[in-house]
Design a protein around this ligand. Sequence first.
Ligand code: DC
Length: 225
Amino acid sequence: MKDKPFSIAIDGPSGAGKSSAAKAVARELNAMYLDTGAMYRAVGVYMMRNGISLDDGEAIEENVSGADIQVRFENGVQKMYLAGEDISEAIRTPEASTAASKVSAVPGVRERMVQLQRSIAAGHSVVMDGRDIGTHVLPDAPLKIFLTASSQERARRRWLELQEKGANQSYEDVLADIRERDARDCGRAASPLRKAGDAVELDCSRMDLPAVTREILRLARERMA
Ligand code: DC
């Protein structure tokens, strides 16, 4: 397991804790962690900065080739660059999140991002999280996880995080936002969010991060022994 590159795909809806679990699993297995949502967020930021309507799929498709997006790993941490500028923080705003969800429905955007994701993963052991990793990006991954939690639980966790940061969004608003994103991510024609036939579904509504991480590591060791 140490020498041969392997890949683990972790998909699921927003707020299920994919990135925290994927990061912890990658650290434990000495693999590269790739957050693919960050790439769609970067495209969203590019479109917003260039005044391109997020509801105009054709314009997004026409403009995506102009987005000079780079993924860099600095001290093991993934950073996103747009035309040489570090936008790793700018992609985390609620606006960038909505923009990402909208641009990710555009087939031309997905094609470019998938190409980039596959080229980054080539030759490395990788833990990748997203929405279409198991179904499309890495269909041969020996371990695919579909990480879910109820929308209420995901909203509760996100709301607590926001409270800690001092933001005063109501729980109801956070829940409505999560449900809107779920509908968009699951309802689009291009690579909608769905569980791959051979993925293991983990409902983490009643599991904390260490328990989720342990379970994924157990499955990984079992599959790759
Ligand atoms: O995981 P995230 O919240 O950073 O993702 C932002 C958006 O990008 C999300 O609404 C769905 C989309 N996305 C996608 O369509 N495919 C992926 N592999 C990753 C994210």
